[in-house]
Write a protein that binds this ligand. Sequence first.
Ligand code: NAD
Ligand code: 44H
Length: 431
Amino acid sequence: MTPPPRSARHAVRVAHLGLGAFHRAHQAWYTQAANDAGGDWGIAAFTGRSPEAARVLAAQDAVYTLVERGADGDAARAVDALSRVHDGADGDAWRATIADPDVAVLTLTITEAGYRPGAGAPARVLDGLAARRTAGAGPLAVVSCDNLPSNGDVIREAVLALAAADAGLSDWIRTEVSFVSSMVDRITPATTDADREEVRRLTGWDDAAPVVTEPFTEWVLAGAFPAGRPDWEAGGARFVADIEPFERRKLWLLNAGHSLLAYHGLLRGRATVAEAVGDPALRDELELLWSEQRTELPFDDAVVDEALAALRDRFANGRIAHRLAQIGADGSQKLGPRILDPLRARLAGGRAPGVAQAGVLAAWARHLAGSAPADVNDAGAAGLAVRLRDARTDRDRAALVLDALAPDLTERTDLAGLIADRIASLQGAPA
Ligand SMILES: NC(=O)c1ccc[n+]([C@@H]2O[C@H](COP(=O)([O-])OP(=O)(O)OC[C@H]3O[C@@H](n4cnc5c(N)ncnc54)[C@H](O)[C@@H]3O)[C@@H](O)[C@H]2O)c1
Ligand SMILES: O=P(O)(O)OC[C@@H](O)[C@@H](O)[C@H](O)[C@H](O)CO
């Protein structure tokens, strides 16, 4: 039996691009909470690259099982907030959806790499917005839900850059489209066959597209919704004037910690976050990084202490198999916001570069240079990996890393020296 028949098919008023696991565990879950509280907001979700998720979900009427996996057990429920799913390559359906005057919000999970110059997603957003303008369908809110600081501004700039040749369209976007930034948090690994089997055991449902996530969830948003929005507060979302402190707290503690565990952990033969934090050497390295990055956060100690206490538990949840290889993908796009930004803040405050901060950069360099090309998933670092392999000294490797991630810091000889030392010390790390 597939998941149970939907309880309702809400009118489509939200569009989404990037139908991955995280959208289903996060934004769709908040929309479900809004609908459970009396709302009427259906989502039309489009895949970003492969059509597979749309194909599989369409076969079960877009209803799927969400499993909240705590340290002590699982809780499963059916989610029917997705009213329609589409292959993202279906440009007609995309334009028709964004041009629908009932659609008030477009959410995005297109990965950090999806915002790089030349990535297709901003052009698709622009294509949809142009159709909406032509249809006279009125204003829209575009909400970025990827792990990037000021993510709403990033997508806005990318879309406006592409629209620059069309003054009328650019003006319309500036006046009618609100780009909302959001901090999103819910650890959601890619779904595995074992997850599908567990859902069958728990519920009796033969669900080809369940999603397994942690109980913890957070969504903080800043920006206007000129055409309305779901009551996402029903799921605990918060709307704030200034998103930056919340983004920093999350990127500099959780995501930075994940990147540290990914690169150091892979070098030490660990496969998941929980395995990595079970390794005392990695736990010490993680605590050192947190001590280096927390000093730059605009929160009271008590707030940071509470966030870190929660993170220690969340990372140690061995029932969530969050693969380090997944987290380690696209380091060239992720390490800037996670490590370089807080490192710059330290230096601006007159402090020395952090030893663990340098260690993450060193472990990334070793990961790029020492892994088989097939084990490195980072299109933005392909050339760097070759140069790192060819480099003669660790000092040269440190310079290459800084040149790639932080050209503004290449003159910091103390930082380059620290990274080189850490690269050298990692060469002897046990596997
Ligand atoms: N999984 C998590 O724990 C988590 C938590 C917070 C934030 N996020 C954010 O959500 C993103 C997606 O995570 P996920 O777990 O759903 O991954 P996923 O691999 O399940 O899905 C990624 C989605 O992004 C799409 N995509 C990738 N590159 C794209 C591009 N260039 N243009 C358009 N779409 C593109 C894919 O087609 C897919 O639909 C992350 O990269 C991150 O920024 C994830
Ligand atoms: O999803 P990514 O690829 O941006 O980064 C991997 C993890 O650090 C990330 O997914 C976290 O699990 C997530 O940000 C938790 O909310």
